[in-house]
Design a protein around this ligand. Sequence first.
Ligand code: URA
Length: 236
Amino acid sequence: MKLVKHIANLGYGSRKDVQWLFREGRITNAAGEVLYADDPLDHDDVRIDGEPLDPPPGLLLMLHKPVGYTCSTKDRGRVVYDLLPPRYRLRSPALSSVGRLDRDTSGLLLLTDDGQLLHRIIAPKSKLPKVYLATLAEDLRGDEGAVFASGTLMLEGEKTPLLPAGLEVLGPRSARLTLHEGRYHQVRRMFAAVGNHVQALHRERIGGLPLGELAAGEWRSLDAAARALLFREDAA
Ligand code: URA
């Protein structure tokens, strides 16, 4: 790929905008020598105004999504992309959220520009556990764990029953729920199916990857070790 296209794809501007950066001599190598639009691509050696380039394609980010943000790119309100560097919204291939969290749900959200990786995480057959903390409007009845574990619970409008899910009761109105699939508003609909209402929902973990110490609104890029944790076989 031409250097100019690579830089444009990273969100630094249109190809025309980037051509101007070249003309103005703002794109150099690490030694400070001016580069030209058709120079060979060596990502790590490029500087714009002396700064290294944003990471190349192949990003996997984890974000602590706060309540009040949507995962859509089109929503008029606050969107998760507002929490990332502005250029990240302009990248090609685009950075997409890996599944979605509702506006009112907080917690661990992954974003990637790697279509294969995205598929590997959300494909039904991957069955990566997703762990949620739910705060409920009503006291638990006591039979929810059995209902959710049954593998026969049918949500309204669905054609197949839910896969067995794990429930850990933490208090009269709080529980940790582990799902191995991701259907629309699944947690809220599951509790509605047992006569309750989710007041607050927070995703703690995907696969073996916990949200950890990341504060609401913070994000970080995942390295190979964190990616391995995500797919760890023994994460249940
Ligand atoms: N289930 C829900 O109901 N909402 C979410 O955001 C995620 C899972």
